[in-house]
Ligand binder design. Structure first.
Ligand SMILES: Nc1ncnc2c1ncn2[C@@H]1O[C@H](COP(=O)(O)OP(=O)(O)O)[C@@H](O)[C@H]1O
Ligand SMILES: [Mg+2]
Length: 76
C-alpha cells in the first residue's frame, strides 16, 4: 500500500529517523503542528509484527512524501 502527498516533504537525512519513537522533524513552525512523534513508530511496529515493512521517500523539503507499507500475503 502506498500513500502519497504534496506536503512539506521530508529532508533525506530524516527519512529513517521519523520512524523512531517520539521523533519529529524540527523544521520552522513545527511546534504549531500538533503531534507526538508516535504515529509512524506505531505503524512500523505493526508492520514488523506482521512480517512486513514500511518506508518513506521524498524528493526533499516542499516536495511531498510517499509512504509504502508492505505486508506478506501469508504469515510465515
Ligand atoms: N506526510 C508527511 N510529510 C512530511 N513530514 C512528515 C509526514 N508524516 C510524518 N512526517 C514527519 O515525521 C514526524 C513523525 O511522524 P509521526 O510519527 O506521525 O508523528 P506526529 O505526526 O505525531 O508528529 C512528524 O513529526 C513529521 O516531522
Ligand atoms: Mg503523524
Amino acid at each position: 500500500m502506498r500513500v502519497q502527498d504534496r506536503g512539506v516533504g521530508i529532508p533525506r537525512k530524516q527519512l529513517k529517523r521519523i520512524f523512531r519513537r517520539f521523533y519529529r522533524v524540527q523544521t520552522r513552525g513545527f511546534k504549531q503542528v500538533k503531534g507526538t512523534g508516535l504515529g509512524l513508530y506505531i505503524v512500523r511496529s505493526i508492520a514488523h509484527a506482521h512480517g512486513g515493512r514500511v518506508f518513506a521517500q521524498s524528493e526533499g523539503e516542499g516536495r511531498g512524501a510517499t509512504f509504502t507499507l508492505e505486508l506478506p500475503r501469508l504469515a510465515s
